[in-house]
Design a protein around this ligand. Sequence first.
Ligand code: AHR
Length: 317
Amino acid sequence: RADKTQQLIRGAAPGYNDGLIRVGMIQTGKESDWRDANTNDYLNTFTKERGYDLIYIDGNSSSERQVKAMYDLIQQKVDYIILQPIVETGWEDAIHAAKEAGIPVIVADRKIAVDETEYVSWIGSDFEEEGRKAVTWLDQYLTEQGRENETIHIVLLEGTEGATAAIGRTNGILHGVEEHPNWTIVDRGCANFTQGEGQTYMENLLSKGTVKDIDVIISENDNMIFGAMKALDRNGKSYGPEGDIIMISFDALHESFENMIAGKLHATVECNPLLASTVETVIEELEAGREVDKIYNTEENIYTYENAADYIDQRKY
Ligand code: AHR
């Protein structure tokens, strides 16, 4: 590690914090446990000991705040900007300003809707593929249960509107639903990836009483399904492999493995929050004057109540 750090330390540019590489990082906020794992990964990677001066900015779930942060970092003349956008839109001017200032922007986790020449690389998950994995698993599970011809009533809890993770997962799921004429979405709506909103959404849905049958809940992240579980508990509904409602979510947090083992969750599609090492590799390549890829996709799996016990110990977040 010492060699690597040495290699990263710049020729002590005057006033630039002893030659450390100054990295500005714009985070979405603290909406989920996945996000905490993702933030900690950056904080543990971009340390002074490793040759970086990290300016971490919490977007606080506000796109305006994120855009303002981009202009602040440009003014501070940082060496690199890592952008983890809340939503895809609204970035054209700020990204262009960074390019004009000669500051490379590395986009991670979610995407931005600008020409790809405006930023260096994007690092993250194939969210649509994640959505497809969820419905493929559901299809197989229903077939195993002999329910492939039954009418299946699905509730879809969606993530933040305009966020790549929500757009991609929703597309993948809806595609899968379209392929099954006997599957029907009886209710869908946004709960912003938070546990609190997941609970409120499900409580409202159950109290309205308009949806009579729920066979499946697909939640676009783990925290929203944890919230939904609380609402189901309070309303005396049974769910999970040991209950009535089929429960599927995304992220694959440690707590989801616990829930799968406890018979409360059927499956969770992995979304890897540990993106910092790939971001660091991109910075190292740029420092060395080498070309980098435009897209780096993370490798991901799906875990179920049947194999959760085999993997729980490996899951650190
Ligand atoms: O963009 C990744 C998503 O954002 C994760 O699924 C979710 O938990 C997070 O808040």
